[in-house]
Design a protein around this ligand. Structure first.
Ligand code: AMP
Length: 290
C-alpha cells in the first residue's frame, strides 16, 4: 500500500496508473475504521480497479470544536486494517488542504432538510472537501455508505452540477448484532450504547406497520416521544421522505426512506431505512402503499 500525503505525488501516481488502463475507485473516510468502512473497501469484480482511501477528519463539517476534538483518531490501527484489506493507496492529506477550497456552495433543498436544519454549514463543509478530492483524484468511481444517506445525495448533486464523470457506488449500512448502524461515534457512548438499540427497533417497527397498511404519519410523533421516554436525550428528527430528493411524500407514489437523528449524552447518531413498497400520502396523512 502506498502512503501519500502530498497532492502532487498523488496526482502523478494516479496519472501513471490511469495510463496503464487502471480505473480509480475513491473511498473517502474520517478514519477510526470499522466493519462498515470495510464493506466499502471490498474489491469489485473489476480487477483493473485501484482503491484509493482517504483519511481526513474534516474540520469544515463539524459544528462544534469539542465534537471535532473528540472525534476518535486511530491512524496506526487504521493503516493495519487497510493493509489487510489490500487497499492500494492511502491518502492522508495535510490539514492545509482545506485552505485552498474557495467555493461558496449552493446545495439547495437537499442540504436544508434533516441534518441541514440544526447543523448549519455542515453539508457545505462536506461539499468543499469532497470537491477538492474529486478534482484532485478524478476517480472513475466513488464508493459511499448509505448510512450517511443525505451526504450521499449531496455528493451525487456535486458530481452532477460539476458535470463530472465519476459514478457513485452506494453500499448498504452495516449493523451490529442488535441492528445498531456501525459508526465511529458509537464507542464514545460507552455503556449508553444500549440506548442506541431503540433506533433500529423503531425503524423496523415503522416499516412493519407501513407494510401492514396501518401506518399514519402522525404515528411518527408517538415514536419520537417513545424514544425520548426510553432515555435518548433528544430526537432531532424522525421523518419519512422521498429517497431521491428528500421531499415530503405527496399523492404521487415514490420510493422512500425513514430518516432519524438522535443525541445520547451529546453524541449525535444518525440512521435511515429504505421502505420497499412505493408510498404516497393521502390528504389525511394516511400512507398508501403501492
Ligand atoms: P466516515 O468515516 O464516518 O466519514 O464514513 C466514511 C464512509 O463510510 C461514508 O461513505 C459512510 O457512509 C460509510 N460508512 C460509515 N459507517 C457505515 C456503516 N455502518 N455501513 C456502511 N457504510 C458506512
Amino acid at each position: 500500500m502506498l502512503l501519500i500525503s502530498d497532492e502532487k505525488t498523488l496526482s502523478r501516481e494516479l496519472d501513471s496508473l490511469r495510463k496503464s488502463g487502471k480505473l480509480i475507485n475513491f473511498i473517502p473516510t474520517m478514519g477510526n475504521l470499522h466493519l462498515g468502512h470495510s464493506s466499502l473497501f471490498k474489491k469489485s469484480e473489476n480487477t483493473e480497479e485501484i482503491r484509493v482511501v482517504s483519511i481526513f477528519v474534516n474540520p469544515l463539517q463539524f459544528n462544534e470544536d469539542e465534537d471535532f476534538d473528540n472525534y476518535p483518531r486511530t491512524i496506526e490501527s487504521d493503516k493495519k486494517k487497510l493493509l489487510a484489506e489490500g487497499v492500494d493507496i492511502l491518502f492522508l492529506p495535510d490539514a492545509q488542504i482545506i485552505n485552498v477550497v474557495k467555493f461558496v456552495f449552493r446545495l439547495g433543498h437537499i442540504s436544508r432538510k434533516l441534518c441541514g436544519i440544526d447543523r448549519s454549514g455542515h453539508f457545505e463543509g462536506v461539499a468543499k472537501i469532497i470537491l477538492k478530492f474529486l478534482d484532485l483524484i478524478k476517480p472513475d468511481f466513488i464508493t459511499l455508505g448509505e448510512k450517511d444517506y443525505q451526504q450521499l445525495l449531496v455528493i451525487k448533486k456535486i458530481i452532477k452540477d460539476f458535470k463530472m464523470k465519476t459514478k457513485v457506488k452506494p453500499c448498504p449500512t452495516v449493523r451490529d448484532k442488535d441492528g445498531i448502524a456501525l459508526s465511529s461515534r458509537n464507542k464514545l457512548l460507552g455503556k449508553k450504547i444500549s440506548l442506541a438499540r431503540y433506533i433500529p427497533t423503531v425503524l423496523k417497527q415503522i416499516t412493519l406497520e407501513i407494510n401492514d397498511g396501518r401506518f399514519e404519519l402522525h404515528r411518527l410523533k408517538y415514536f419520537k416521544d417513545y424514544l425520548e421516554k426510553s432515555g435518548i436525550n433528544r430526537v432531532h428528527y424522525l421523518e419519512i421522505l422521498n429517497e431521491n430528493n428528500l421531499s415530503s411524500l405527496t399523492k404521487v407514489p415514490c420510493v422512500s426512506r425513514i430518516f432519524i437523528a438522535v443525541s445520547i449524552d451529546g453524541i449525535r447518531l444518525i440512521d435511515n431505512m429504505r421502505i420497499e413498497p412505493k408510498l404516497a400520502c393521502s390528504r389525511s396523512g394516511m400512507l398508501i402503499v403501492s
